[in-house]
Design a protein around this ligand. Structure first.
Ligand SMILES: NC(=O)C1=CN([C@@H]2O[C@H](COP(=O)(O)OP(=O)(O)OC[C@H]3O[C@@H](n4cnc5c(N)ncnc54)[C@H](O)[C@@H]3O)[C@@H](O)[C@H]2O)C=CC1
Ligand SMILES: N[C@@H](CC=O)C(=O)O
Ligand code: NA
Length: 442
């Protein structure tokens, strides 16, 4: 049977930076392959570029404007691709595109984590798609995997390395013996870091992505405000070395766990056993481990950042949108994987309710009896010590004591830590890291 000939899908591109440039290249290079998949061409009909004069002779083969609203208001555009980043004007542009009945593809995890509920509700109302595969773990098709591939499962938990910059820094500190500032400078030079690298090293970027993952895994509204966020800024190379001595690697993990009483949603540096698959994810790579009741554990690995890996996800979303342009909106895959009127009201739990094992680095005066004081406080809170590392102090006045603690409630540890911190022998803020086995015994 012959197929009706349809004109191209016309895309309006907002932003021509790293991801925008990659999207133009991939769409062009693979145009024939994409048309074979979709049954029609996907072309960029108009692009908004902040400074068109700086395109330096690069022929985009389309209308170019410096006004992104002109793209959104162009009646010839079917799909808007937002790869400018930031909250405004991206938020207003996307809402206006939706109101005009246009589909949207975006890589903007910050915007969706903070304003996703409003944006997805508006899209639902208008019967258009807001696709966001590029927003989480770049080129890894993790949204597709969870929302569609694992749709038969009750997902129990997921854990991921979802910030390439932090993972690159931790790898450099461990494998190349680099200190934190020079590893960060290198990550920036290589283009992994956000414009504001604070979003990477303080955990905000990973938390944006984790918030979106938790929504599609558990069918809960997007709730970035209640995600616990801790980055790697306060880590020292000594922690990486101590962790290694103890048989662990430190990774910045995003963890989302469904419990009977609520959902744990937390981003923090975490010690994981060095034999665990996630421990060997190095450099700027990302990996997400998902545990479903039917399938068990599945692991997704690949490049979480960079021009073409991220463009791979943008173009895949464009293909998806192009394929569903003529479909009845009520038959589309829901934005957050579950029907909007079937979202769960499970609360996000405070960290005090989380149970974990812990790593502590305590600096104290080099005197007899210090360890006994610390151990007594822990014992009074029913917290037991699994391992202890104390290097030869020599003549040093201040010596780090590193402890691995058995699993306990974080609220109990908080109470014990307040007392340990107040001991006159303790000289600096105590560093506390969580230790997770991720399905294996920690
Ligand atoms: N770079 C990466 O590896 C990844 C980036 N993302 C997300 O993709 C988005 C874009 O990131 P990048 O391409 O790396 O940023 P970028 O800074 O390289 O590019 C953004 C571009 O948008 C342009 N722009 C900003 N405001 C504009 C305006 N009002 N009018 C016209 N142009 C405007 C800028 O001039 C710049 O060329 C962000 O939301 C980012 O978080 C997501 C996954 C990976
Ligand atoms: N800065 C981010 C880029 C992709 O999302 C990262 O390092 O992962
Ligand atoms: Na992705």
């Amino acid at each position: 049977m012959s197929r009706p000939v349809m004109g191209p899908v016309r895309v309006g591109l907002l932003g021509m930076g790293t991801v925008g440039g990659g999207t133009v290249r991939v769409l062009r290079r693979n145009a024939g392959e994409i048309a074979r998949r979709v049954g029609r061409e996907i072309v960029i009909a108009q692009a908004a570029v902040r400074n068109p004069a700086r395109l330096q002779g690069l022929d985009l083969g389309c209308l170019v404007t410096s006004d992104p609203f002109a793209v959104v208001r162009n009646p010839e555009i079917d799909v808007v691709v937002e790869v400018m980043g930031g909250i405004e004007p991206a938020r207003s542009l996307i809402l206006e595109a939706i109101a005009a009945g246009k589909h949207v593809v975006t890589a903007n995890k910050a915007l969706l984590a903070e304003h996703g509920n409003v944006i997805f509700a508006a899209a639902q109302e208008q019967g258009v798609v807001v696709a966001f595969e590029a927003a989480v773990a770049g080129g890894i098709p993790i949204i597709k995997a969870i929302r569609e591939g694992l749709a038969g499962n009750r997902i129990q938990w997921l854990a991921g390395i979802i910030n390439g910059t932090s993972n690159y820094i931790l790898t450099q500190m461990r494998a190349e013996a680099k200190d934190f500032p020079s590893a960060l400078a290198e990550a920036q030079r290589l283009g992994y870091a956000e414009a504001d690298p604070g979003l990477d090293i303080d955990g905000g970027d990973a938390a944006h992505k984790l918030t979106l993952l938790a929504s599609i895994a558990f069918g809960i509204p997007v709730d970035f405000a209640h995600c616990h966020v801790e980055g790697i800024r306060n880590l020292d190379r000594v922690d990486v070395v101590y962790a290694e001595d103890l048989g662990y690697r430190i990774k910045l993990l995003g963890i989302a766990k469904r419990r009977a009483d609520g959902v744990e949603l937390r981003v923090h540096p975490t010690l994981i056993p060095e034999r665990h698959l996630l421990a060997s994810v190095e450099g700027p790579f990302n990996a997400v481990l998902v545990d479903g009741d039917a399938v068990g554990q599945t692991l997704y690995y690949g490049r979480g950042a960079g021009a073409e890996p991220t463009a791979s996800a943008i173009v895949a979303d464009l293909v998806d949108v192009a394929r569903t342009l003529t479909a009845d909106p009520s038959n589309r895959v829901p934005h957050l994987a579950f029907q909007p009127d079937c979202m769960s009201a499970l609360p996000l739990l405070p960290m005090a309710a989380v149970e974990s094992a812990y790593y502590l680095r305590i600096h104290a005066h080099n005197r007899p009896g210090v360890l006994a004081q610390v151990a007594t406080v822990l014992a009074e809170h029913d917290i037991s010590i699994e391992a202890l590392v104390q290097k030869e102090a020599g003549a040093a006045a201040d010596v780090p004591i590193v402890l691995l603690l058995h699993r306990c409630r974080e609220g109990d540890l908080d109470a014990a830590l307040a007392r340990i911190q107040a001991l006159p022998v303790v000289t600096r803020p105590v560093l506390r890291l969580r230790v997770e086995g991720l399905g294996e015994s920690a």
